[in-house]
Design a protein around this ligand. Structure first.
Ligand SMILES: Cc1cc2nc3c(=O)[nH]c(=O)nc-3n(C[C@H](O)[C@H](O)[C@H](O)COP(=O)(O)OP(=O)(O)OC[C@H]3O[C@@H](n4cnc5c(N)ncnc54)[C@H](O)[C@@H]3O)c2cc1C
Ligand code: SF4
Length: 328
């Protein structure tokens, strides 16, 4: 364990100032990921800025969207009446993650920023371009069962581990980011990055910035028919092999609009835009769902040990769509 300083500011400005002042400082929220990374020596910040005193825990209805503070706990968000009633997909995804104890500590901002669970990233004896740029990738020719089938590069094939983020991608959320320059907003789907040549960068948050809230459109048409399905090795306390977040706007037997995203398959939550477009205006049928899954899998590429995802992923899409639309 390394020595580090610890501060706990009570205003957003003081926290951001502290981050700007010290190049080796880092925010800490619930600590459920960062402390593990520090214990294993994957990261070694010299100063931790504990942001849990900041007033960023509210979950509130605003005009046209629900605003969730970045420090709201995963458990509080999952159980909040506004979320269970209006955004059940988000509640389900949160409850599918980690364990009740972890969800009681983990925050929304921390969940978005959590690092990959690629075992080579955590193993200091192995090469990893994400941990140490230029060192190579242990997973490409290693044991890559949990790894990506979409959007990977020859530098990194890791996946983003969050469940919550898959639902937020499907729900067209917006990320509110604050810095000493003011606030900016980016679509949730643009927050996380593909690895490309810079797998050390997980997302587009810049140095000196803090996630302060998530805004999720309060879109009633997607509330009724939505579902998060997570396939994993154990029923709890395990990361997704593949997950699907689906929401359909259905009138009669017709799909007016569709929202689909996958987890466990890419370096970022993977939105299935082409499959969504295909489903628009189609009738509810197994044939259409199978075709949507085929379209979704168009650019998939497997590695030695994750070939099974090429079948698991489309099957999960089809099963989720069947359940959402009520066909057996
Ligand atoms: C055993 C285990 C199983 C798990 N299983 C799952 C699972 O199945 N599904 C799942 O989705 N997750 C799972 N998790 C991950 C868990 O959800 C994350 O560890 C948690 O969400 C991180 O939140 P935190 O508040 O504890 O973040 P911290 O550990 O405090 O911080 C993580 C990172 O976020 C940064 N950060 C935190 N808040 C902000 C902010 N507001 N602005 C900018 N940067 C910020 C920190 O600087 C740090 O880099 C699991 C974790 C463990 C340990
Ligand atoms: S897949 Fe990415 S995180 Fe895993 S070893 Fe390769 S570079 Fe590192």
């Amino acid at each position: 364990m390394i020595n580090f300083d610890y501060v706990k500011p009570s205003t957003q400005k003081a926290a951001i100032d502290a981050l700007n002042k010290d190049a080796s400082s880092q925010f800490i929220a619930g600590g459920t990921n960062l402390v593990d990374l520090m214990k294993r020596g994957v990261v070694s910040p010299e100063k931790l800025i504990d942001i849990t005193n900041l007033p960023l825990k509210n979950i509130e209805q605003q005009k046209g969207f629900i605003r969730i503070g970045a420090l709201a706990l995963n458990s509080d968000v999952a159980e909040h009446e506004l979320i269970t009633k209006k955004l059940p997909l988000l509640s389900q995804a949160l409850k599918a993650g980690a364990s009740p104890q972890l969800r009681n500590m983990a925050t929304v901002g921390g969940n978005m920023m959590q690092r990959t669970r690629c075992t080579y990233f955590y193993d200091l004896t192995m090469p990893c371009n994400k941990r140490q740029p230029g060192s190579g990738c242990g997973a490409i020719k290693g044991y890559n069962r949990m790894h990506a089938i979409f959007g990977a590069s020859d530098k990194c094939i890791a996946v983003h581990p969050s469940d919550m983020c898959v639902a937020l991608t499907a729900l067209d959320a917006t990320v509110v980011i604050s810095s000493s320059k003011g606030d900016r907003r980016i679509p949730f789907a643009d927050f996380h990055r593909l690895p490309g040549n810079n797998p050390e960068k997980d997302n587009n948050l810049q140095r000196g910035e803090m996630i302060t809230a998530i805004e999720v459109p309060d879109n009633d048409v997607f509330t009724k028919n939505s579902l998060y399905v997570k396939i994993r090795d154990r029923a709890s306390y395990a990361f997704a092999l593949v997950s699907v977040a689906a929401a359909l706007d259905i009138k009669g037997n017709t799909i007016v609009n569709a929202r689909l995203a996958m987890g466990g398959v890419a370096h970022k939550p993977w939105r299935l835009t082409a499959a969504e477009n295909f489903l628009k205006g189609k009738t509810i049928s197994l044939e259409n769902f199978k075709q949507a899954a085929t379209i979704a899998m168009k650019d998939a590429k497997a590695y030695e040990h994750n070939n099974f995802k090429l079948r698991l992923a489309p099957n999960t899409i089809v099963e989720t769509l069947k359940k959402v639309s009520g066909i057996t």
